[in-house]
Design a protein around this ligand. Sequence first.
Ligand code: PLP
Length: 363
Amino acid sequence: KVINFAPGPAKIPEEVLKKAQEELVDFGGTGVSVMELSHRSADFAKVINEAEQNLRQLLNIPDNYKVLFMQGGGTGQFASVPLNLMKEGGCADYVVTGSWSAKAAIEAEKFGTVNRVIPKTKKYSGIPNFSEWNLNPEASYVYICANETIHGVEYHDIPDTKGVPLVCDMSSNILSKEIDVSKFGLIYAGAQKNVGCAGVTIVIVREDLIGNARSYCPIVMDYKVTAGMNSLYNTPPTYSIYIMGMVFQWIVSKGGAKAMSERSALKASKVYNVIDNSDGFYVAPVCKKDRSRMNVPFRIGSENGDDELEKKFLKEAGERKFMHLKGHRSVGGIRASLYNAVSVEETEQLVDFMKQFQQKYRK
Ligand code: PLP
């Protein structure tokens, strides 16, 4: 059986896929597929409203926050955030800790001044202490990426931005732990890693930050319009919302964000333990305090990786049907993505393989 360690689009719980399969041609006795339903029908209203209610419950979202289901992925939000939140002629603070926050900063520069508040590093291997951030009190917001999917750098604490709204890309760790939403001005996340399939992007935004979009902000990117129309200004990605809603139900049934947090910590610790006890056979590039529980990148043989060993690792992993363990093309090496749908047992199988591989090839 295949075990999918993909970085995204990623594994979806099998129970969810089976239910989707069962309902594919006849959703809840409607006689049609969810994807054939009008987005303005009562049947679809139930799907989208339940998805929102479950998300609100799972993350304990306060009433003064709107939940939006948008399109354009994480990349769409790189533009939507400044278009809606950055004051005309103003600036925003960006904490660049990996490729995704770097891309977001470049996109935001189209709309105003971007302050990069931590020093540029050659390698992304951690997050400088919050006290070293050069924050600007005039900034419209402070932008962070909660989990850098490519580099495996994750925040384990929320920075205090002294009243400046904190904007956070949670595309690759949403619902993998409990969070205090009230500490954020805006949270967004593409669904295709921890909560479903590609096509829908969650935006959770504090109400007072809505309503100041630039005059030229495309209407599908305008938070006020989207909020005012319950995410139904135009045709939303109905099928992706349906799948995401079922993933939310699955998380509820497993014990919610708290249970996901415990599972995630356990899975990641199992993989990092093998790395840390391998006498340098496996090398994790990220400093311990900022290691991601979601994406575990590592090299084999040395800090820069032994090409031959890494190829063998991927080949032998493939023979065991462990899929998508190759590191991102920009960094190389290996990356194991351990999103919510990856079970502890599946992680243990990877861990066993890593130990055996080391036995076989260590010098
Ligand atoms: N932000 C993070 C943390 C990501 O991992 C990704 C994609 O992998 C993106 C943003 C970009 O998302 P999208 O491909 O949905 O535009």
